[in-house]
Design a protein around this ligand. Sequence first.
Ligand SMILES: [Zn+2]
Length: 219
Amino acid sequence: MTAWSELPLDGDSLPAYVSLTGVRVRAWQGTPDITVDEAKQVTLLDKAPWDAIDAANHWVETDLTELLSGGSKSGVQTNGTIVSIRSDCGIIQRCPECRRVLREGSCADHGAMQGNKDLRLRMVLDDGASSASLLLNKEASEKYLGKDMEKVTDQIDNFGQETFVQELRSTLLGQRVTVRCRCLIDDQGAMLLCDEFEVDSTAPGERSQAVRARWGVLS
Ligand SMILES: [Zn+2]
């Protein structure tokens, strides 16, 4: 939050809870950016107007299509079906200067480089109406695969990248998943940066029962 006028706040009064009215809100890479022009837009509150929040486990459940029709957001949970697994999943080398992925040992900006090894999985998530790119970084990939980057490296060295991707495809394509992520939206489209990735293991019978119950269809 940026204030262009002095507010009735100082280091001794922190933490302070405030109510804001008529302020300007923009977003930068999913993080809201608030601008206060005048002190009268800020009202100090006696106490927090919400219950305790656990930031490590606070995800707002949002329908994928609804999520993609808005701006970038952090801390969202959404569902969909995996409809594509990119063939460049697995181990990559990143430029140590700019973290861009090296192509044949070379960065578009920095030329030939000794890369830093990284692991990532790239997929496409679809809810039947909208789709978004899904990216699992090293931590999320290791958690999903149940093995660390060194084990994945061994696997790819021994059996090849294609086999690794093929295995992912046969396990994940067509599966319903729940993702907890940060959603970035720009003119390139939508990208979901996953913190947690969970395959829905509900049996098809149970799932269809839930759908029938939801729509009031008698079986
Ligand atoms: Zn570079």
